[in-house]
Design a protein around this ligand. Structure first.
Ligand code: CA
Length: 403
């Protein structure tokens, strides 16, 4: 597309709006503004125009400001609780220190559009300028009630430090990466970390590019409060009915709930089965030493477990490891007296076991030594001691409710 064609036909530049849905109300709570251009009867995206480094900033600036103006003019029709997401490239935003853009927003504020409805989708992937100055500008915008979203997460990878420093209101995660299975597992783990971070800094997660049902399910499961994508509603020149998906989302969430509950039930009943089984062996071997007890358990759980040991309340191992090598179980005494209280969830698990006097099957996590996805079953045994049994990936794989 020729930049000059666009600049000499500004009448043909206009905004498209893509709805953003909320999980809590299942309504359209916002629209993202996207640039379009009508050329010989065809409507084309202005994305490549704005991404093109060859096109001078002043051209982009002019087109962008026009888009903002046209979009906000139309947004005056919307209910007052619907937000407007505007894409802001750092370079463009810094062009005149954001002054004309802000003046434009303030003009609309006078006409009744509260600036607290404006969300800036910041993308700074090519920005070479001074980050402090840029942060100051964002801070200044925020004093007007304007919200900040970080976009392109999951595509180019923001550093956690940067996210922590910007303290965005919203983290926008692109689900395109979820399509290729090769990045699947990794993406899952990174996303889990992002969702924890979001929770700590009080940001909401918005998942975009949802194109299929499983991506919506993924977004729902990973703490997504807001959803956007062709699967829900494509960008269009007009607004949609706010409740257009209410019933469909209700049904979807119901299905997702059923599925997850079934999995949680499987984990729960597995824990009960293990508790009965292991306690029986513990009672039978009351007088035996730790190693003898572990060997007795290994005999019964040969198919399932690959490592077991006993810790005291402070996380010190009071037994060695009993570890299943290629074929047989052997004792690793070098683990005696090692401490595990520093590991995530360790003390929470101990306290929970101590209070409930019940076994717990952990979440799925990556074993440090074997690199495989495993779960750990833990159980209070004897006075103030706790037994840990690591369940192998092979077993979990064969019982995929547990994966
Ligand atoms: Ca965007």
């Amino acid at each position: 597309m020729d930049a000059l064609e666009i600049l000499s036909n500004l009448d043909s530049v206009f905004p498209y709006f893509q709805p953003i849905f909320s999980a809590d109300e299942m309504l359209v709570i916002a629209y993202e503004v996207l640039g379009r251009f009508q050329s010989e009867g065809e409507i084309i995206s202005l994305g490549s125009f704005f991404d093109d480094d060859e096109i001078p900033d002043e051209y982009k600036y002019e087109v962008d400001l026009l888009l903002v103006k046209k979009a906000l003019e139309k947004a005056l029709e919307l209910d007052e609780d619907v937000k407007i997401f505007l894409n802001r490239d750092a370079d463009l935003l810094m062009y005149d220190y954001g002054e004309s853009f802000l003046q434009e927003l303030l003009a609309f504020e006078k006409r009744g559009l509260s600036l607290s409805r404006i969300v800036l989708e910041i993308s700074e992937h090519q920005y070479q300028g001074d980050l402090d100055q840029f942060d100051n500008l964002l801070h200044y915008y925020r004093t007007y009630g304007i919200k900040i979203a970080i976009s392109r997460l999951g595509r180019e990878g923001y550093s956690f430090t940067r996210i922590g420093r910007l303290e965005p209101d919203i983290l926008k995660i692109n689900l395109q990466a979820l399509k290729s299975t090769s990045t699947g597992t990794n993406f899952n783990d990174v996303l889990f970390a992002i969702s924890l971070l979001a929770r700590k800094i009080g940001a909401d997660l918005l998942f975009e590019n949802i194109e299929m049902s499983y991506q919506l399910q993924f977004a729902w499961k990973n703490g997504g409060r807001y959803y956007q994508g062709f699967y829900l509603s494509p960008p269009a020149s007009d607004f949609v009915a706010p409740d257009m998906l209410k019933n469909r989302l209700k049904e979807k969430f119901h299905d997702f709930n059923l599925y997850e509950k079934r999995k949680l039930e499987a984990v729960y009943s597995m824990a009960e089965v293990l508790q009965t089984k292991v306690l029986e062996i513990v009672v039978k071997n009351k007088k035996a030493g730790y190693e003898e007890l572990l060997r007795a358990i290994a005999k019964e759980m040969d198919e399932m477990a690959f490592r077991m040991y006993i810790c005291d309340e402070d996380g010190f191992q009071v037994s060695g490891n009993l570890f299943k090598g290629d074929d047989s179980w052997h004792t690793q005494m070098e683990y005696l007296n090692k401490n595990w209280s520093w590991r995530p969830y360790f003390l929470e698990t101990i306290i929970k076991m101590r209070n409930d006097r019940k076994g717990i099957l952990s979440d799925l996590y990556c074993d440090i030594e074997t690199g495989e996805s495993v779960r750990t079953f833990s159980l209070p045994v004897f006075e103030n001691n706790y037994l840990f049994i690591d369940i192998s990936y092979r077993y979990l794989f064969e019982h995929d409710d547990l994966l």
